[in-house]
Ligand binder design. Structure first.
Ligand SMILES: [Fe+2]
Length: 230
């Protein structure tokens, strides 16, 4: 799959940026919401726990969150499919105990105009964003031949090595931030931003950016990500 409306997608792209849109009290409300939401996924392989932001647990917070995003994003739609009963999910809380590998969250529907992803740290953490972009389906990037042969399950990320370029990745940056990856899986990639998470800040980046966690997770990392489209 390749996104159909590439021009429209590209016309709203911009550099990753950090904004402060939530007060300390609002961050606390978000963490409280996380604690009462039902568990959704506990993926032992990835060592990650996920919950989705279901509307109506805290209506005041739902409204506040949507409006604050609108202030920075302009018009957007949520892009985490909920159910008819619950409506769209407002985001995914991800608690990880080991670093996520190289991937892109570019979506699954070719006619969608993917837009920004909004990452709000709720603990320490680090995200590495590459300049390199991807306009196919959401994909995990790997050079592992066995992984590449597996057919993705419906709704799951593709596997690909088509991100690779020729240039060897910078060894110092690799040693500091990316030693959970194979250095040869980073060939041709260029760093755009290494974002050191700070509670109270929010990262806004295009959904076409290839990215991953840094290797440095103290104990665990908790964040809220909202995927948007136009
Ligand atoms: Fe991601």
């Amino acid at each position: 799959m390749k996104h159909l409306y590439l021009d429209k997608i590209k016309s709203s792209e911009s550099a990753p940026k950090i904004v402060k849109i939530f007060s300390e009290k609002e961050i606390k409300m978000i963490i409280d919401l996380y604690s009462i939401l039902p568990e959704r996924v506990f993926n032992q392989k990835q060592n990650i726990r996920k919950k989705v932001w279901i509307q109506n647990y805290n209506k005041e917070l739902d409204e506040l969150y949507f409006n604050k995003l609108k202030e920075v994003l302009g018009n957007f739609k949520m892009d985490t499919l909920g159910s008819e009963k619950d409506g769209d999910f407002y985001g995914i809380f991800h608690e990880s105990f080991s670093p996520l590998k190289l991937h892109v969250d570019s979506g699954f529907i070719e006619k969608d105009i993917i837009y920004k992803q909004v990452v709000t740290p709720l603990s320490d953490g680090e995200t590495v964003i590459f300049k390199n972009r991807w306009y196919g389906r959401s994909t995990n990037f790997t050079i592992d031949k066995n992984e590449l042969q597996l057919k993705p399950e419906p709704g799951k990320n593709d596997k690909s090595c088509a991100h690779l370029g020729d240039e060897k990745f910078d060894q110092d940056i690799y040693n500091k931030y990316l030693y959970h990856e194979k250095i040869d899986n980073l060939k041709g990639l260029k760093i755009d931003m290494i974002y050191k998470w700070k509670v109270g800040e929010t990262l806004i980046m295009d959904r076409s950016h290839i990215h991953c966690s840094s290797s440095n997770i103290k104990e665990k990392k908790l964040g809220l990500t909202t995927f948007t489209k136009k």
